[in-house]
Structures are given as C-alpha cells and as structure tokens.
Design a protein around this ligand. Sequence first.
Ligand SMILES: Nc1ncnc2c1ncn2[C@@H]1O[C@H](COP(=O)(O)OP(=O)(O)OP(=O)(O)O)[C@@H](O)[C@H]1O
Length: 155
Amino acid sequence: MKKNIRKLHESFLNAFRGLGLCIHGERNFRVHMVTAFYVTIFALLGEATAAEASILCVCFGLTMGAELMNTAIERLCDRQASGYDGFVRDAKDIAAAGVFVCAAACVAVGVCIFIGEGVLAAALQYIFAHLWVAMALLASAPAALWFIFQYGRMQ
Ligand SMILES: Nc1ncnc2c1ncn2[C@@H]1O[C@H](COP(=O)(O)OP(=O)(O)OP(=O)(O)O)[C@@H](O)[C@H]1O
C-alpha cells in the first residue's frame, strides 16, 4: 500500500515536471495558457453557465493536452534525426495538425458560447460599466506578453 502511494506520488511529480518543461520551453503552450486565462476572465464577467464553463474547461484541456503530446513527439523526433528526415517532417507536421484541429474546434466552441449565447456581450457590458476592470485587463497585457515571449528565456 505504502509502495503504491509512493508510486502514485512519483507519477504526479513526473507529470508536473513534464508540465514545467513545456511551460518553460514551449512558447505555443504559454499562448494556450494566456488564452485560457483571458477566456476564463471573460466567461466569469459574462456569467457563463456551469455547462458553458465545463465545455470551456474541456477545450482548455484538449488544446493544452494536444500541445503537450506535440512537444513530446517533437522532442523524440529531434533526438532521432540529426539532419533532414522526411519521416520526421511528416511526424512533426501531423502532430502540429493535431494541435491545429483541437484549437480550431475550441475556437468554434468559443464562437458558439461567447457570440451565440451572448456571453461576450454580457462581459463587455460589465467591463463598460466597471472601467477599473478594463484598466486591470489592459494593465495585465504587458505581463501576459512578457510571459509568452520572455519567460522561456529565463534560466
Ligand atoms: N529533422 C527534420 N527533418 C525534416 N523536417 C523537419 C525537421 N525538423 C523540423 N522539420 C519541419 O519543420 C517544421 C517545424 O519544426 P520545429 O521542430 O521547428 O517545430 P516548431 O516550430 O517548434 O513547432 P511548434 O510550433 O509546433 O512547436 C516541422 O513541422 C517540420 O515540417
């Protein structure tokens, strides 16, 4: 029992290590994180329902999970090939297509929820009525950009 718990604990630690590697090393993953952050803020401001919020959570998991898999495939390919390799090219392009398909599906879901269900209009109405929220969102933009473009350069 104790051994099983230790193994489970190690599995979580390994998964968090992989997550940390991706956050640090993959700019596209940080783009997904920042997008998820702002989508969450707008969903809260627009009072998305529990069902809509659940669908958005699935979308975040889908795109970030696909990006993690894509990164794992890219790293294996880079390890395998020293120069140009047609198989590596195909594998990387297919993995990238996997991320693209997931992201495109999530954009479609976002359009349905934010535009179709009026969540974006409600969020904008809230923001215009509370200008400090607009200021806070604007003020967060440089931090978001720094996180996307500079965070990976830190040792
Ligand atoms: N060793 C290789 N042989 C052939 N083509 C390659 C090789 N490495 C990369 N490519 C091609 O270059 C593209 C970009 O590869 P790269 O490893 O730079 O991915 P990336 O730009 O980091 O991708 P992502 O933006 O998804 O993280 C690949 O999709 C593939 O078409």
